[in-house]
Write a protein that binds this ligand. Structure first.
Ligand SMILES: Nc1ncnc2c1ncn2[C@@H]1O[C@H](COP(=O)(O)OP(=O)(O)OP(=O)(O)O)[C@@H](O)[C@H]1O
Length: 313
């Protein structure tokens, strides 16, 4: 569904060159739900804008839904939907009229456009709001209208740029419910950016992490966490001296009376770890294991935390 090879995009700002995307390779199969993660300025939106034909690449190639983004942009646009960070609804039309008008813009006949609008109003629980103007909707309701607009022409592939950013936790959960529901209803391939790592972890089948314009990790959330981060074992000892000796014995790091180490499988490693410390006469007061997060994956790869990144409001 998406095949990008050696994609680059450079911006010239006064005399400075900003390499937003630097040789990106990407393959996404039909039906997948892929989360595209990375810190602020990593190149996510620029990549999305290239794949949706809104911006030409500086070099490299990309085919989306079977068509080249540079040479066949109209064919790509006919097959994809794009829900950007800014709302795509105008202010003057009522919700249902907006959907009908969008359908007409895509060449649907009046009756088809009306039927499609009603189908989307139902799918996205917007029917009770059909007569409201977008200006009167809450943030979450407006985001659902944006989703509906992105789906009017039955795209095979939907790009979503930060679909849940700026919403309260309840509306975020609702928007995810709708994303999963539309996927079930239509089998739409979904490619989305998000700053919420836990959402990507629980909802996406595949996570692609980008940093400085390059893909630095790609896999299922479980694969990435198992292969790149590992479980965290946290031990506490009675004294800082014991913690330092324990860290040296098991290959961890000590901070005060706490020792931390990463292992591929904590359940399997813990007995051996405790035996080693017992033999060294280090008394362990508490022992705890924690599954890694996607932030641990990013930290392991770059030495930086994605969680420190500002989430745009
Ligand atoms: N039109 C532009 N002109 C100049 N520089 C740009 C332009 N668009 C993006 N950039 C730069 O390209 C880099 C990548 O930006 P991009 O918006 O793709 O990042 P992002 O990963 O989507 O970030 P965020 O998470 O903050 O939205 C940044 O350094 C940004 O300043």
């Amino acid at each position: 569904m998406i095949h990008a090879r050696a994609l680059t995009r450079t911006f010239k700002v006064k005399k400075e060159r900003v390499e937003a995307v630097r040789g990106l390779d990407l393959d996404v199969e039909a039906g997948q739900l892929t989360a595209f993660l990375g810190p602020n300025g990593a190149g996510k939106s620029t990549t999305l804008r290239i794949l949706t034909t809104l911006l030409p690449p500086t070099s490299g190639t990309a085919t989306v839904a079977g068509h080249d983004v540079a040479t066949e942009p109209a064919a790509v646009r006919a097959r994809i939907g794009y829900v950007g960070q800014r709302s795509s609804a105008g202010e003057e039309f009522r919700v249902r009229d907006e959907l009908v008008t969008q359908g007409r813009c895509y060449g649907l006949r009046p009756r088809e456009a009306a039927a499609r609008a009603d189908e989307l109003l139902d799918l996205l629980d917007l029917a009770p709001l059909a007569k409201r103007t977008p200006g009167t909707l809450s943030g979450g309701q407006r985001r659902r209208l944006d989703l509906a607009i992105g789906l009017v022409h039955r795209p095979d592939l939907l790009f979503l740029d930060e679909p849940s950013t700026g919403l309260d936790p309840k509306s975020r959960a609702e928007i995810w419910q709708h994303i999963l529901r539309l996927r079930e209803a239509y089998g739409t391939t979904l490619f989305l950016t998000t700053h919420y790592l836990e959402e990507a972890d629980t909802m996406a089948e595949r996570v692609v992490i980008i940093d400085n314009g390059r893909v630095i990790a790609d896999g299922t959330p479980e694969q990435l966490k198992n292969d790149l981060a590992g479980d965290l074992v946290t031990l506490t000892t009675g004294t800082a001296d014991d913690a330092a000796r324990a860290a040296a014995a098991v290959g961890g790091t000590a901070e005060g009376t706490t020792v931390r180490l990463r292992v591929p499988n904590a359940a399997a490693a813990m007995p051996e770890c405790l035996r080693t410390l017992d033999a060294k006469l280090v008394e362990v007061v508490t022992a705890e294991t924690t599954r890694p997060t996607l932030d641990d994956v990013f930290l392991a790869l770059t030495g930086r935390s994605l969680a420190d990144d500002d989430i745009p409001a």
